[in-house]
Design a protein around this ligand. Structure first.
Ligand code: DUC
Ligand code: ZN
Ligand code: ZN
Length: 476
């Protein structure tokens, strides 16, 4: 008679710290034991030759976000989290967005209604603050942080979202007081508008010019400005979706000065380039790759790897932000055909994040297995207040596990995907390493690409304060 619900046998357990041959015993959704040999188990899984890793935590995904009159996102909570488990993830953190003029609390309540009963993964919410009124900063935000929404994102570009410098400073100052972690989208609004207007006047409207309209200098300037504001207000910030050397070096410079500046990067910055935006022949197929910041060039891939290997970046997220390509409701909407300005920004990626990093990172010898786990799971849990519940394989942690075949060779293809988009920007990319089973709190929810979980399996995660956010000052 066994007292384990599930035992995973014969595999190699990989955490951010260790790589050991061990069995894992699971009871009531939690890991109970990790030992050389675990007997029994109502269900046993033979993981010989496989890696047993913490389920992926993707701390940067966009699902069911308001469209502001533009095309709707291709993924709501159901298809987005289905895609996530197919890609070996067990937790996602999407964004509850406050439209201007709306209450932050109401935006969160509405977002919960969207998610209710639909999620295949566990999930928490970051907030997006677009309207930092005195009541938002004075009451709503601190109350929401207290309720487990302990991080939020602000934007330095986009008509509907951009905050000016004074607003950024007020928001950072508020984050310091309520100990929230701030994520910053660093691209300069005025520079992008100037470039966009100029390109359009010259008739350069193809999707490729999206990349020309927001070069690395625009990202670097905004990154530096965000860092300076963080220094002035003495608050830690996370610079998200860093695309290349210029911004990476700003973050490194700040870290070397002793500032608490954290960095995130994404698959598109090690696997795509601006040339992908040219499409087949400087045509609209380039719209498939339009995201912000845009993919750069191969030298930028090297810079991103330098940042990953030297610890400038703490998290590797997908920035999953999917739109359909072939329908008039997505990347090819009638307005988008007139200029890159109107092509919705964002690409799908939650299902291919782990494979791309594993392949280019572990298989090609740039990072260790343990660094892979840190970058895709553990650091996300630590950064966003989910540790020690999520993000490792040890007694007491939720039994969120991906069983990974390190030798499986696949070619990424749309027909393998479970997302709501009608394409993957990684079509044709050859990878080595593939998730063969995803386990959410002890339940097998994906096996060999087959979805066994159900919408509603996923629970909302009220998150702790991030240990990386502002700390209370120590009395002298
Ligand atoms: N920023 C994101 O974080 N995601 C998609 C588009 C964007 O600008
Ligand atoms: Zn962003
Ligand atoms: Zn994003």
């Amino acid at each position: 008679m066994s007292d384990f619900d599930l035992v995973i046998r014969g595999g190699t357990v990989v955490t951010a710290a260790d790589t050991v041959k061990a069995d894992v015993g699971i009871r009531a959704g939690r890991i109970v034991t990790v030992a050389e040999k675990v007997d029994g188990g109502r269900r046993r899984i033979d993981a010989s030759g496989m890696l047993i890793m913490p389920g992926g935590i993707d701390s940067h995904v966009h699902l069911a976000q308001p469209a502001f009159g533009g095309p709707a996102m291709a993924d709501g909570f159901e298809s987005g989290t289905r895609s996530a488990i197919a890609g070996g993830n067990t937790t996602v953190l999407p964004f509850a967005l406050q439209p201007r003029g709306a209450s932050l609390r109401t935006s969160v309540i509405d977002y919960h209604k969207e998610a209710e009963g639909k999620c295949y993964t566990d999930f928490g919410f970051h907030l997006i603050i677009s309207d930092p009124t005195p009541s938002v900063l004075g009451q709503e935000l601190p109350a929401l942080v207290n309720d487990g929404y302990t991080s939020f994102k602000v934007f330095m570009t986009y008509d509907d979202l951009v905050l000016n410098d004074r607003q950024l400073l007020e928001v950072f100052d508020c984050a310091r007081g309520c100990r929230a972690l701030v994520m910053v989208h660093c691209e300069g609004y005025d520079a992008i508008r100037f470039m966009t207007d100029r390109l359009e006047r010259a008739g350069n409207t193809a999707p490729y010019y999206h990349a020309i309209s927001r070069p690395q200098s625009v990202e670097r300037e905004a990154t530096h400005r965000a860092i300076s504001h963080a220094e002035l207000t003495d608050v830690p910030i996370m610079i998200v979706h860093v695309s290349g050397r210029e911004s990476m070096e700003q973050i490194r410079w700040a870290q070397q000065k002793g500032l608490k500046i954290y960095g995130e990067t994404c698959p598109q910055y090690i696997a795509l380039t601006a040339d992908d935006l040219k499409g087949l022949n400087m045509d609209e197929t380039g719209g498939k790759y339009v995201c912000s910041p845009p993919p750069r060039d191969r030298a930028s891939w090297d810079a991103i790897w330098e940042g990953i290997r030297t610890g400038v970046f703490h998290t590797f997220s997908s920035d999953h932000c999917p739109f359909t390509y072939g329908s008039v409701m997505g990347k090819l909407n009638p307005k988008a055909r007139t200029s890159f300005r109107w092509v919705p920004n964002g690409i799908p990626g939650v299902e291919t994040r782990l494979q791309i990093l594993f392949s280019k990172g572990v298989v090609e010898g740039r990072i260790t297995l343990n660094e892979f786990v840190a970058l895709t799971s553990t650091n996300h849990a630590k950064m966003y207040g989910l540790y020690p519940r999520k993000g490792s394989i040890a007694p007491g942690f939720d039994a969120d596990i991906v069983i990974w075949d390190p030798n499986r060779k696949e070619t990424v293809r749309q027909e393998l995907m479970h997302h709501g988009a009608d394409y993957t920007p990684y079509e044709g990319h050859a990878v080595t390493g593939w998730p063969i089973m995803t386990i959410l709190r002890g339940k097998v929810v994906m096996e060999e690409g087959k979805i066994l979980g159900a919408p509603g399996d996923g629970s909302f995660l009220k998150r702790d304060l991030s240990p990386y956010a502002a700390r209370p000052s120590v009395a002298a």
